[in-house]
Structure formats: C-alpha cells, structure tokens
Design a protein around this ligand. Structure first.
Ligand code: NG6
Ligand code: CA
Length: 519
C-alpha cells in the first residue's frame, strides 16, 4: 500500500479552515496587457489595479490559455487545455454546460476543503444538458460543479438570453411571460434586426453580426422571446455584479472563500454606466476599463472593511487579448488611433490571434505577507495553473490538476520562478509554445485568412494581419526578448531551437485528446 497519498490527504485536512487563505480571482473580459496604468496605459486611469500591483507581483509574461473566452475559462476552472477537446470554442447562449458535474474544478476542490465558493459575472461555459428551459431551475449550472453560489449571465452581453441566472433560476422570472431562446430563427412578432427597418432605432449600431434580437436598443446574437421583466440593464450590470460579489464576501467573512468574479468589462456591447462616459478619450471601450477598475476597487474595499486583506490572495487577469471593433460601432478603432493607445502594449495583434497580443494578458497576484510588494516578475505563468496553485496555497492537494495541464505555479504567484514552457492556443486550432526566450508557432501548411475585418485593429496594422495570414503556412520562431512584437521570423537560422520546441509541443499533443474525464 502506498502511504504518500493518504499522508498528503491527512495533512491537507488537518489545516484548520480558519487558517486557509481566501482567494479572490478577478477576471476581466477582452482587457489587454496595455490597458492598465501599471502596464503602461497613459489614457486609462486604473488606480485600484495599479495599487494592487504595487502591493503584489505584476507579471509581464502571464497568459490566458486561449485567445477567446470559452476555452480560456474552461482551462481556468478545470486545469485542462481546452484544445484537447472538441466543443470548447465560443459557445452560444443556449449551449449545454461543457464541464461535466463530478469533474474536479477549482471550485469543487476548494469546496472540499471547506471553502464557500462563488462565481459572479460572465459564465460562457454553457448551462443545462442541451435543451435548457429558462423557465425552470436550470441544471447543471455552476452550482453542480462546485460553486455554492452563482450569479451569472449565461454567455456574453451580446448573446441571448439577456437575463441574470442566480443559483440556477432566472432572476425576475415571470411565469406569465415565459422565456424562449433559440439561435436558428426569429420569433414572429418580435423585433428582428435582419429587417433593416429596425436598425435606425438602435442605441448602438452593429458593425458585423449582432443583427438578430433587439434588447435595450442593442442588437444581439440569437433570438429571444418573453422575460420582459427579467431582461438586464446593460448600464447597471457592473454595479449589479459588484454588489453581488461584495454581499458574498460579507456573508462568507468567517470562513475561507473563493470568489471568482468574472466582470463583463470590456466585452461588447460596451455600455458602461453613464457616469463613466468621457473618463477616457477612448469612448466606451476605455470607459469600460475604468468601470472594471472601479469594480476591483469596490471588492478590495470590501475585503478591507472586514479585515480580510491580509489573509486573502487576490489574482487579476483577463480571458483573452484586446480588441477594438468586435461587432458594434462604438468608435473604438478611431478613438484609439487618435489617442495613440496600444491595448496590447508592445505585442502584436489581439483577441483571436496566436500572436502575443492574443494571450499575453495582465496578470497580478497580491498576497500580503506571502508575496513581495511591488515586484515585477517575468516568470511564465498560465491561467491553466491556477487550480493547482490555489489548491497548494489553500493547504490542499493539487494532484488532480497536476495530472492534467496545471503546473503548480504557486511559487510564481509568491514572486518566485514559473513554468519552463507555456502553450497558447486559438480556437481555430493553432497552438504555440514558448520558453523564457523563444516562441515557436508550427506552420499550418497553408496560408491563413487575414481575419482583420472581424479583429479590430488600429489603422495601419491591417498590414500586420495580412502578413500574419501569409506566414501562417510556415514554421515561425520569434525571439521574444529581442523581438516582443514578433516581426522577425528567425526559424531558418535557429533550426535546433525549432526542433526542440516542436518536439516539446508534439509530446504535449501526444498526451491525448478527449481524455476520459469527458465533457
Ligand atoms: C464572436 C462575436 C464577438 C464576440 C465573440 C466572443 C460576432 C460577429 N462576433 O463571434 O462579438 O461575442 O464571438 O467573445 O458575432 S468572447 O470574448 O466571449 O470569446
Ligand atoms: Ca473575452
């Protein structure tokens, strides 16, 4: 009989609950490396995030796993790369839940250690089993995979249903006005933006997609009927989520807790509260980053108010890189160009891309007394590591995540060394692998699509996208230290580095796809 696992379990269970740290994970949506003051933004005031960075570790090489939302969130909660599984791309609002109940998640493992566990904000990992009835209790929901409390939107602000779901029930549901949702065809008698007659009435016009249902004067993806009293107000969404997060902290203050706060800022449609209008010269996109900073400030203040700051690990990151025009005419492209704001900092491209702008994101960890204050770290860290790192820092056993793709990066969160190798992905199936210096992107064998029409870019950068598309067929190697914006492909001159990274990536792929844990 092997004793080690039992001893580890015994050790984990004997840490008194009161000694376990709280964990607050503040997750932004589409906010880029260059959008925060502490990462160099000049025209977006982010005092709360800057203060957090000055009290903790700010990573310059922190990554989400994918350049879009659903796969990054999947990895964040399960510790497994989403590219190992089909069906983990950006989901419609009526998709079934893609994390199967029973599977260990960041939340379920911490719950086993006695944590109260909440998710507040954007979910986007599906709900139910494939045929959700929005008029009954929805199951499975986050509550079936380890969260003791959930207050979420099903998918994104630009997808129906545009209602909040709390512990599996639609908030404000009226049985006399049942909700129906589908992504195939309009409901007769309901507004239909495919008919241009409705377009003139929009509060914010669409630039691509977003021309199906009409909710609060804004076009959305998918069709919806009913639920008039339940429909959210986009402008108060940030306040609503922050209220729910603070209330959870207040009622959980006497036990360890995990708060996964998934802000919708600054995903489209960008409709931050009018009090933020004009806080930046960047229009709604910049103003929404200020709104995120305010939400962070409120949550940090709530920790202070209950004397919890010193026993709480706070981690901030974003689900993918930045984008300007993601389908609505909110002037982001024009205003960013005018102000010279670089949402991805020194990196090239952004959301949807395998280049650094797609997945290298803000990443900050504050743990008073445990992690140095004001440290800038170039350690490699990935969000897929957080389930294991959180378990370790909670005094638990991270083994179930280490079996997957998590690396125990708890040392990095405390200011020490990080990974040796790190993989990023796009939902189109591209992968890249990097070490401390080099980044390798396997050639696809064919020229890619210059997806710059849907991927907003500042004027003048369209050429970058065209070049990226033209080069996708070939193996690429970039020296990230000398060339952080990935402009010079040095694969030909460094064939041994290419061979080494290629072999490491192949070894990772060979570990398997669609492993038995199942969706
Ligand atoms: C795209 C949407 C985009 C955004 C994205 C998901 C269109 C044309 N584009 O399909 O607006 O919703 O999906 O973003 O509809 S994510 O951050 O959740 O991955
Ligand atoms: Ca996103």
């Amino acid at each position: 009989m092997r004793l080690a696992p039992f001893l580890a379990l015994f050790a984990a269970l004997t840490v008194p609950a009161a000694d376990r740290p709280n964990i607050v994970l503040l997750y932004a949506d589409d906010i880029g490396w260059g959008d925060l003051g502490c990462y160099g933004a000049k025209v977006i005031p982010t005092p709360n995030l800057d203060r957090l960075a000055s009290q903790g570790v700010r990573f310059t090489a922190g990554y989400c796993t994918s350049a879009t939302c659903t796969p990054s969130r999947y990895s964040l909660l399960t510790g497994e790369y989403a590219w190992r599984r089909q069906g983990t791309g950006v989901l419609p609002g009526d998709a079934r839940m893609i994390i199967r109940p029973g599977r260990p998640t960041m939340a379920s493992s911490l719950a086993k250690l006695g944590y109260a566990t909440a998710v507040v904000g954007k979910w986007h990992l599906g709900l139910g089993s494939g045929d959700v009835d929005w008029n009954r209790r929805i199951s499975p929901s986050p509550n079936e995979i380890g969260f003791s409390y959930s207050f979420i939107m099903a998918a994104t602000g630009d997808r129906v249903p545009t209602v909040y779901v709390e512990d599996g029930g639609v908030v404000g549901h009226d049985p006399k006005d049942p909700i129906e949702v589908n992504y195939k065809s309009p409901y007769p008698g309901e507004p239909n933006l495919k008919l241009d007659s409705e377009r003139a009435k929009l509060k914010m016009d669409w630039s691509h997609g977003h021309n199906m249902a009409l909710v609060n004067g804004v076009g959305r993806i998918g069709w919806m009927k009913g639920g008039k009293a339940a429909v959210w107000n986009d402008e108060t969404m940030g306040d609503t989520f922050a209220d729910k997060a603070c209330a959870f902290i207040a009622r959980s203050k006497d036990r360890p807790f995990l708060l996964y706060y998934a802000s919708h800022e600054n995903h489209v449609p960008r409709l931050p509260h009018p009090r933020y209008a004009g806080r930046t010269p960047l229009g709604p996109r910049g103003d929404a980053v200020v709104a995120f900073d305010d939400q962070v400030g409120r949550i940090l203040m709530e920790l202070d108010r209950h004397g919890l700051t010193d026993k709480t690990l706070v981690v901030v990151s974003s689900d993918n890189g930045p984008i300007l025009d993601d389908g609505y005419k909110d002037q982001s492209t024009e205003l960013n160009a005018k102000a010279g704001h670089e949402p991805a900092g020194p990196f090239r491209s952004g959301k949807y891309s395998i280049l650094e702008g797609g997945t290298r994101v803000p990443f900050i960890a504050r743990f008073p007394g445990r992690a140095p204050a004001g440290k800038v770290s170039d350690a490699l860290v990935s969000q897929v590591d957080l389930p294991a790192a959180f378990m370790r820092l909670a005094g638990g056993d991270p083994a179930e995540f280490l079996k997957q793709d998590s690396v125990d990066s708890s040392a990095a969160l405390l200011g020490g060394a990080g990974r040796d190798l790190l993989i990023s992905s796009t939902q189109g199936g591209q992968l890249s692998i990097r070490d401390a210096r080099w980044k390798y992107i396997p050639g696809t064998g064919k020229q890619g699509k210059a997806a710059w029409k849907s991927v907003a870019v500042q004027p003048g950068k369209v050429e970058d996208f065209k070049r990226d598309a033209a080069e996708q067929g070939k193996d690429r190697l970039f020296d990230l230290l000398a060339d952080p914006s990935e402009r010079n492909n040095v694969a030909a001159a460094n064939s041994e580095v290419v061979a080494r990274l290629k072999a490491a990536l192949e070894a990772e792929r060979a570990k398997g796809f669609n492993l038995p844990l199942g969706l």
